[in-house]
Design a protein around this ligand. Structure first.
Ligand code: ADP
Length: 242
């Protein structure tokens, strides 16, 4: 079922910058509701892959389907995906509620509906009480939860995250890992999560795609990767401890 009707489907996707092939004819299927991590060392092509899914990069070759729609040439705002980056920039002069509501305002959503959606999105990350504050009055962890709330405000089916927790200290990172997993379950989201941290990928994901030089070495469950690594690269990368 998973592969006969994939929700996200990359077919022979490539990305070449100049003469360098960064993503190399990659096939990749994700089922609806799955939590999938893209794991690999720096420079292996994880961010480029995510940016092509989000619409910030155009593939050099291949196709991307999401929910039955071909999307690789659509601009980001037509893809209806929530996106959270490591360097989540909140607008400093706006309140938290205005920050979270900004993507809706840009799309012309009426004020009353915007306010209701912002309230719900802030409640999801349990920060409704900070709606009237400015970003500078929040801790780093709170700001990151606001960035997550802003990504959820469209009520997207797919959420893309690029190293969203790497700027946080260990304790907060572990706490946020649990929160993101809980939101994934509660909202039935399909999540694609980029990380270079093996532990994070293995504890959070239903499946993990291990990338090396623009190719997927193995796409498997955490226990599959751990117990049956198919290549030396996977064995060495999964075996490393941070
Ligand atoms: P990762 O997320 O795994 O660290 P990236 O997708 O960011 O990997 O980068 C993969 C490779 O592509 C790197 O060698 C990087 O230097 C190169 N790259 C990424 N974006 C560009 C770009 N806009 N122009 C040229 N090279 C790029």
């Amino acid at each position: 079922m998973r592969d006969s009707n994939p929700f996200i489907h990359f077919e022979a996707i490539s990305k070449v910058f100049g003469t360098v092939t960064v993503v190399d004819s990659l096939d990749f299927h994700v089922a609806q509701g799955e939590f999938v991590s893209l794991l690999g060392p720096s420079g292996s092509g994880k961010t480029t892959l995510l940016m092509m899914l989000a619409g910030f990069e155009t593939p050099t070759g291949g196709s991307i389907h999401v929910d039955g729609r071909r999307v690789e040439h659509l601009p980001p705002h037509k893809r209806e995906m929530g996106v959270v980056f490591q360097n989540y920039a909140l607008f400093p002069h706006m309140t938290i509620a205005e920050n979270v509501g900004f993507p809706l305002k840009m799309r012309g959503v009426a004020r009353a509906e915007r306010e209701a959606r912002v309230k719900r999105a802030l409640e999801l990350v349990r920060l409704g009480h900070l709606a009237d504050r400015k970003p500078s009055q929040l801790s780093g962890g709170q700001q990151q939860r606001i960035a997550l709330s802003r990504a959820l405000v469209y009520e997207p089916k797919v959420v893309l995250m690029d190293e969203p927790l790497s700027a946080l200290d260990k304790q907060l990172r572990e706490h946020m890992q649990l929160e993101i997993r809980a939101l994934h379950r509660e909202l039935g989201l399909t999540v694609i999560f980029v990380t270079h941290d093996q532990g994070e990928a293995l504890t959070m994901s239903d499946r993990v795609a291990v990338l090396n030089r623009g190719k997927i070495e193995q796409f498997d469950t955490p226990s599959g990767l751990y117990d049956r690594p198919r290549t030396r690269f996977v064995a060495e990368f999964i075996g490393e401890t941070n």
